[in-house]
Design a protein around this ligand. Structure first.
Ligand code: ATP
Length: 287
């Protein structure tokens, strides 16, 4: 196989709890991860030269060793002694620095892509062991779907597919660094913890209301304090009839969940027409 196209899917967090800060500075989390229908498109081409070439349609993204695609490709080449090279063309559709694992999902797609074009035949577990070296969310991105994520994000339990639901996803025009959010989180002073176990139970029961009633993200305490527009966007989505609305990951992306597609479409149109919050608004669904 000389070339291959893959979609790299974005995620949201239906629930995100932080249990504690470990001695080594990492945070122990308990999160419900969910794939949504927004994706980057990657095209992999095998090269005879021993090199890694990345091109993207977004000027602000690095195309050198700082791109997670590069780091994933280098790790695959080094680990499996691949002497040939790879060119990766990225069409970036997932909002950047948004809390939607855009970089991690590109790294995951690169691991899948190189496995295929170089005929390595790796198992999912082998790919996940490599992926965690790039980032804590990469092992989840390699599997996708609905999953419970624990540890620092690398201990994964696949869950049954969540019930059908429609989403309005919107990223305000601010960039939030994940590092800033975790550095400013006081895990020992949190007064509220979302009911992640109850959410998992609701997913197992196919109970969408049970899921949306338990949506919560402790990182909102940091990000919303800094950027109140996130709370305004959540309130807007709730006024438009969302069952619930939440910030994803470390933010600033906000999503509203709807059980009917026409309600989601109406809310999407209202947010686009409102125009002040952001131009990055998506109508999508749980995958
Ligand atoms: P997460 O949900 O995992 O915290 P995020 O959505 O907050 O991720 P990303 O979009 O993954 O953040 O990117 C964060 C930073 O990583 C960007 O500022 C960007 O410069 C860098 N980066 C490196 N490679 C990529 C890539 N392939 N796609 C997006 N960002 C990348």
């Amino acid at each position: 196989m000389e070339s291959l196209r893959l979609n790299a899917m974005a995620k949201i967090n239906l629930g995100l709890d932080v249990l504690r800060r470990r001695e080594d500075g990492y945070h122990e989390v308990k999160m419900v991860m969910q794939t949504v229908g927004i994706c980057d498109e990657l095209e992999f081409t095998k090269l005879t030269e021993d090199c890694i070439r990345i091109s993207t349609d977004k000027e602000e993204l690095p195309s050198d060793g700082n791109n997670l695609i590069y780091r994933a490709a280098k790790l695959m080449k080094d680990t499996y002694g691949i002497r040939e090279g790879v060119a990766v063309k990225l069409q970036k559709n997932i909002p950047i620095a948004a809390g939607m694992a855009g970089g991690s999902t590109d790294a995951a797609a690169t691991i899948h892509g190189m496995d295929r074009i170089f005929g390595l035949g790796l198992s999912l577990e082998e790919k996940q062991r490599l992926g965690v070296k790039i980032g804590a969310d990469v092992p989840y991105c390699l599997m996708g779907g609905t999953a419970l994520s624990e540890g620092i994000g690398e201990v994964l339990t696949a869950l049954p597919q969540a019930p059908d639901a429609f989403l309005v996803v919107a990223k305000p025009d601010i960039n939030v660094s994940t590092k800033f959010v975790y550095e400013n989180l006081h895990a020992d002073r949190l007064t509220y913890h979302p009911d992640i176990d109850g959410m998992v139970e609701s997913i197992r029961n196919g109970d969408l209301k049970g899921i949306t009633d338990r949506m919560g993200n402790v990182l909102e305490t940091v990000t919303i304090k800094r950027y109140p527009v996130i709370a305004e966007m959540k309130a807007f989505l709730l006024r438009q009839g969302a069952m619930n609305a939440l910030m994803s990951g470390s933010g600033p992306t906000v999503f509203g969940v709807f059980d009917k597609e026409e309600d989601a479409r109406r809310a999407y149109t209202a947010m686009v027409e409102q125009g002040n919050f952001t131009k990055q608004v998506f109508l999508t669904k749980l995958i």
